[in-house]
Design a protein around this ligand. Sequence first.
Ligand SMILES: C[S@@+](CC[C@H](N)C(=O)[O-])C[C@H]1O[C@@H](n2cnc3c(N)ncnc32)[C@H](O)[C@@H]1O
Length: 224
Amino acid sequence: MTKQTLGLEKNLHEYLLSVSVREPEILTKLRQETAQHPMAMMQIAPEQGQFMSLLLQLIGAKKTLEIGVFTGYSSLVTALALPEDGKIVACDVSDEYTQIARRYWEEAGVADKIDLYIAPARETLDKLIADGEAGSFDFAFIDADKSGYDDYYEYCLQLVRPGGLIAIDNVLWSGRVAEPEETQDNRTRHIRALNAKIHQDQRVNISLVPIADGLMLVMKLSNP
Ligand SMILES: C[S@@+](CC[C@H](N)C(=O)[O-])C[C@H]1O[C@@H](n2cnc3c(N)ncnc32)[C@H](O)[C@@H]1O
């Protein structure tokens, strides 16, 4: 028994997957296609997708925001977890990556739930706020360029309703966040600074879940 979170060796990770992951066939197919992509490492892990799906169902999410779509794994997880009348606003800059996502959204029959904006996320988020959508999202997933993370966090705090959830990916960044300051590249510094900021942020309740590359869960408080 240990009070410290276990680092998962390969065999224990495989065991975890074998007794927990129930991946729908369409997600397996997308994951297998993405595995051939040169940027495949950008996709979230299946156990993380399933965890997010459970969270979405637990909070009864109907309207969500995704910043960073790539080939669509997390957005498809989300779309499958939302009710029939659920909506996702999805942001990405790449038409090429998201062509793959669109194909799978169609095949899964969830394309109607997803509004994809191909533009730098800040533009789309500004537009949502200008259109009066602040406070209207139940859930937001941040998984794009790390230099934008702090801004995306602040945008999401405006766009998510009180009691809503923000999930931020890669916050453990393969362990580099814990390396000495002087060895850190810019992306590591951005993530590290945001983790430290969120830790002190009285506007939210938090938990950093050491699943996959680290997922920061942030619940927006009603009256900080
Ligand atoms: C880590 S991947 C997202 C992975 C995805 N969530 C999944 O489950 O497969 C990051 C994505 O962010 C997109 N991106 C990078 N900079 C961006 C920006 N400024 N605005 C919006 N999207 C951006 C990239 O094109 C890429 O598709």
